[in-house]
Write a protein that binds this ligand. Structure first.
Ligand code: F0G
Length: 476
């Protein structure tokens, strides 16, 4: 058995696969008609460089950017590479300088929402190269894509995954294909996918429809040779663990009391749970923070299942009948998620079961916040911090709600993850401050023919498999 391998998370299956294989769900469970997620696992005792303390990372942090410290130590993901050792050699690793982000002690904001000074922290993942936390996971998933020889990569996205994929694809000289719901994406993010040169399919449908199609294309149309970059890809989550390593690093390796994170496709919170499980396994920490996942009220399946209906991880056997019933109800009612926080406008999150595992480990809670509350907290992060996009502010709104409920105490040390940059969605900010709906004006404005040698227009396609494959135009 290799020291690193893939494993089905279903305890009744536990099938393992080598790192060199490409799966987005467990092939063994698929035979039984089940759709189970995979984890990347390690036999830590068989690895040559298993960390015994945080000292190694500390030294890399102190020398980062200095001559001789190297690209990998400069990366806020790969300076923790011994904690995600699925690559064969360091030459496999893809890095574009991701993860050099900031933990801000937000005293002004703390005072406004009921925390004692020194206790509220904001982790600014918007400071990544493409402006969101997605770069952490893409660094790892592109590393795997390169290891398996992928030439063409794809994702469905509410915007940030597509921006990050597009940037990594162009720098890795791969073809990037992004599926976005038509009219569903903030222009800052659309502009990135176009500018970085991704083939951008604007599918008539929402994120859930896009994800269904891109999964079909990567699993049922394998001859197209397209590698899937959504967070069902377990390698993505390996990179996203690094957000927690950096939070710990900035807090002198003392875990905070709470991590508060917005929840959409639920990859981030799942990755955080995995990070803490492994740090505990390795004996590097003795205490695990609690987790709060905050959803928008207009896109709240985890809130409905976990908080309202009491669905739990249950040692890997959650009550799937309740999950199925919710999705069947959504189908019957033609429900589509709807929130101003377009990044988390997701009705059927792919990492739902992994998020239940993280909530179990981290003694978590799930809350929903409405759009106006999100916007008010976004404005507060703007006024009293570096700003963030609407979805990110759900974390601060959630922390505020939990302090009002008495679940968080003013003296708890709390870290809110700000997942995306303020400038990702300036229209939402302008509308909040002026009432002007810039996007509506833009959509109605007459369009001229695009010009410029690198003009890269989005391709409008119906939600139809053949039409999508034709639009992709990828040669097998
Ligand atoms: N915040 C931002 C800014 C996001 O872009 C996303 C997800 C989330 C939070 C939710 O994170 O999915 O790990 O629970 N955006 C994805 C995208 C879905 O396509 O860009 P999650």
């Amino acid at each position: 058995m290799d020291a690193a391998f893939q494993q089905c998370i279903d305890p009744d299956c536990n099938a393992t696969f080598s790192i060199g294989e490409v799966h987005i769900s467990c092939p063994t469970c698929a035979v039984a008609g089940k759709n189970s997620l995979l984890d990347i696992r390690y036999h830590w005792d068989q690895l040559e460089h298993t960390p015994k303390s945080f000292g190694l990372f500390e030294r890399r942090w102190m020398t980062k950017g200095e001559q001789g410290s190297g690209t990998l130590d400069f990366s806020g993901v790969w300076r923790f590479r011994e904690l995600m050792p699925f690559y064969r050699t360091e030459d496999d690793i893809v890095s574009i300088g991701e993860g050099r982000t900031n933990l801000q002690c937000a005293n002004l904001l703390a005072g406004k929402i009921g925390f004692k000074p020194g206790n509220l922290y904001l982790q600014y993942e918007g400071l990544n190269p493409s402006g969101s936390f997605k770069d952490n996971g893409m660094a790892a998933a592109f590393t795997h894509a390169r290891m398996v020889g992928a030439k063409c990569v794809a994702c469905a996205s509410t915007g940030n995954t597509s921006a990050s994929l597009a940037m990594f694809a162009s720098l890795s000289e791969m073809l990037g294909i992004v599926f976005i719901g038509s009219g569903k994406i903030a222009y800052g993010k659309l502009s990135q996918a176009l500018d970085y040169g991704a083939r951008t399919l604007q599918v008539q449908g929402d994120f859930d429809a896009c994800l269904r199609r891109v999964r079909q294309i990567t699993t049922e149309n394998k001859e197209l040779g397209i590698y899937l970059m959504n967070s069902v890809n377990p390698f993505r989550l390996e990179g996203q663990k690094a957000i927690m390593y950096r939070v710990l690093e900035a807090m002198d390796w003392q875990p905070p009391d709470w991590i508060v994170v917005p929840g959409g496709n639920l990859g981030n919170c799942s990755a955080f749970g995995k990070a803490f499980t492994e740090l505990k396994e390795l004996g590097l920490i003795s205490r695990i923070p609690r987790l709060a996942v905050i959803q928008a009220a207009g896109a709240n399946p985890l809130y409905q299942l976990f908080t309202e209906q009491g669905v739990r991880w249950d040692d890997g056997r959650p009550d799937t009948s309740k999950i199925d019933a919710l999705y069947n109800k959504m189908n019957a009612e033609s429900y589509h998620a709807n929130t101003i926080a377009s990044a988390i406008e997701i009705g059927r999150p792919v990492n739902l079961v992994k998020s239940l595992r993280a909530l179990d480990l981290m003694d978590g809670v799930v809350r929903e916040v409405d759009d106006q509350t999100i916007l008010e907290h976004k404005a507060m992060v703007g006024r009293y911090g570096f700003g963030c996009e609407p979805a990110s502010a759900a974390s601060v709104a959630g922390a505020h709600m939990l302090i009002d409920e008495g679940i968080l105490s003013p003296s708890d040390r709390v870290v809110c993850i700000l997942t995306g940059h303020e400038l990702k969605d300036p229209d939402a900010t302008v509308k909040y401050h002026t009432g002007i709906d810039v996007k509506a004006i833009q959509d109605q404005a007459p369009r001229s023919t695009p010009h410029g040698q690198l003009a890269n227009e989005p391709i409008a396609v119906p939600d139809d498999l053949d039409a999508i494959i034709k639009a992709i135009g990828a040669t097998p």
